[in-house]
Structures are given as C-alpha cells and as structure tokens.
Design a protein around this ligand. Sequence first.
Ligand SMILES: *Cc1c(COP(=O)(O)O)cnc(C)c1O
Length: 400
Amino acid sequence: MTADVLPAQEHMGLAASWGAHDSEPFPVVLAEGEGAWVRDVTGRRYLDFHGGYSALNFGHRHPALVAAAKAQLDRLTLSTRAFHNDQYGPFCRELAELTGTETVLPSNSGGEAVDTAVKIARKWAYQVGHVPEGTAEVVVAAANFHGRTLSIVSFSTNPAHRAGFGPFTPGFRTVPFGDIDALRSTVTGATAAVCLEPVQGEAGVIVPPKGYLAEVRQLCDDTGTLLIADEVQSGLARTGETLALDHEGVRADLTTLGKSLSGGLLPLSAVIGRADVLGVITPGDHGSTFGGNPLACAVGRAVVRLLATGEFQERSRELGAHLHARLRELDGVTEVRGRGLWAGVQLTEERSAGKRITERLAERGLLCKESRGHLRVAPPLVVTREEIDRGVGIIADVLA
Ligand SMILES: *Cc1c(COP(=O)(O)O)cnc(C)c1O
C-alpha cells in the first residue's frame, strides 16, 4: 500500500462531500497502475478492460511516456503561445507525418478540439465556401458523443447531456448514423461540414455499414462540404489502424484527436488536417493558454514514436480478432460490435438486469464499463493474449 492510508470508504465520502457530483464513479478507489493492471487503495489488483475510455491505449504509465514526461519536467513545462518552445514544432511535424496530414493545431481536451474544428469549418464556409456569414450549418449524427462543452451538447441527442443547459448554440442538423440518403437530403449549400465519429464509441461501439464512410466522403466532395472525423476515441491504433478512417481508405479534411494522444499522462488534443482549411485561423482568432505546451508536446512526441513502429496497430488487429472471437462464444451475448481491441458486447435483457454486472466483474478482478445493456471492452493495447483470455473468462463466469 502507498503513503495515503485513508480507507476506500473515506475516499468515496470525501469525493461525495467535496467534489461536484458530475459522475457516478464505480466504487473502487484506484491508487496505482502499470500496463493493463491497476491496484486500489486496499491493495487489490484488477485487470483494466476499460482503458480510460481509450485514453490508455499504451497502458498505465508506459515507461517511454513516463521517461519523456520526466525529462521534460526538468526542462520547461509552459511557454504559452506568446513564445515558441522547442517541443511544439517537432510535435506538429511528427504528428502530421504519422497521420499523413499537413497542419496540426494542439489543444487540451477532446471536446475543445471538436469545438475548434466546428469553429474552423464555419470560418472556412464563410471565407471559401461563400456561405453568408452567420448561417453555416454542421450536420452531425444521432447518438453522437463529441464532448461536453456548451456548443457540443447543443448537438447531442442525449437528453441527459442537454437538460437544463439551454439556450443552445444554433447551426446543427442531425441525421441517423450510417444512413447516406438521410445525409444527402440534409446537406445543402449552407452546410459547412459533416462531423462524425467513424466508429460511434459512447453509443455502444457502432461500426457504420460498409461503404458508408466512403459515400460520405464522396458526398462532401460533390457538395464542397468539409468532412470532420472525430477520432478522439477511435484514433491512435484503437481499431487496428492509426486512424479508424484508414480502414476505409478515406481521408477527412479535419480530424480531432485526444485521449491517447498523451498516453493517459496529461490532457492533450489536436485538430489535424488540410493546411488550406486550418489556414483560415490567423493570429488572434483562436487560442489556448496550455495548448501546445512543451510538456504535453514532449509526451505527444513519445506517443507518435510508439505509433510509428506499427506495433500497437498490429496488436490491436491481431488481439482484437481473438477478443471478438472469444466474446462471441459467450452465453447471454446477442451481438459483439467493434473493431480491433474495442468491443461493444450487447447482452440479453435478462443478463443485463439484476446486480450490476460490473460489480460482479470487479469482485473477480476485472474493471469494465456497462451502459444501456452492453459492456464496453477496450483494454490497453499492451494487454497480452493470456490477459484477454483471463478477462473473457471472468466475463464468462459472471454471465453464466
Ligand atoms: C471522449 C470523447 C470526446 C471528448 O473528449 P474530452 O477529452 O472528454 O473532452 C470527444 N469525442 C469523442 C469521440 C470522444 O470519445
């Protein structure tokens, strides 16, 4: 056990008394993590099949990332964009080269990156697309999750994310995900962009019908509309490719990244994409005190080096196929969705009722997230085949 000896109940009590009730954390108090494993304050170990909502693709405290952070902590942590720093430029170049894009705009959270992409698309529509100022629309998919800023919840279709927060930002239209005809009849001359998750994460790991994303790309090309891919969760090897759109051979005009861009060490996100589109942003238009800070950029550079080897993409592909095959064999499972080491495991109604499945999994040493009748499985990509079998074995026991 570590230095902080407060028992778990006291930690949960402090959180309830002094922390805002923005979340309903699972009743386990984590204290340490390494690779695909975490330990709570009582010393119990758990296999982590949650993976920080895919912010922990490289596992807890990947040694190369921790080393990069420690080295940078001893050099410089913040310059702000009032001055250059010696990590920003190399980070932008290396991330652009990894992803085959031209320009990088770093920020902090995933929501901030999505919000920024929408701002850029609107400005581009006015400057380049000749849309009358103040009228641009962005078309989004139903059941999307793009974050929690006020503008982002303005185009959420989840009532819980919106209730009590209006008035909302106008200029968004919603279509069903995966329905190209609905999109065709909604994109007009006023549309600045179509903004989608290539795989809808929070909705339950929904992969769209084959060919849909290529058709979206074609529609955007035909109508002079930008395609914004929100790859905050699907990107950075989670699905078995660097970007989920790589599976389709489709390129977005703007892509948002976050979560694993800093390997779970600190907040780091980015909008990446076409130089001419990001080029509508000029000095004074937009900014962030911590965006592009040298500490985050140094860690981001170490993440890019890990991804450049292709090892994590390959692990996700190979181990993902194994994970999906094992999950499909389980009793009480109606569907296994997803790609790579990422699965939405739909349970029969009977299995998802009663004592929370996640509690029974945790009792046996597995952490996992359940929502609306499905289990979300997204272990760190450092997980081994044996650990996958162990985790799936625990799920099998609990479902039996
Ligand atoms: C998590 C997530 C976000 C929001 O990221 P935050 O860092 O929580 O703001 C945006 N888009 C997608 C697809 C996500 O999964």
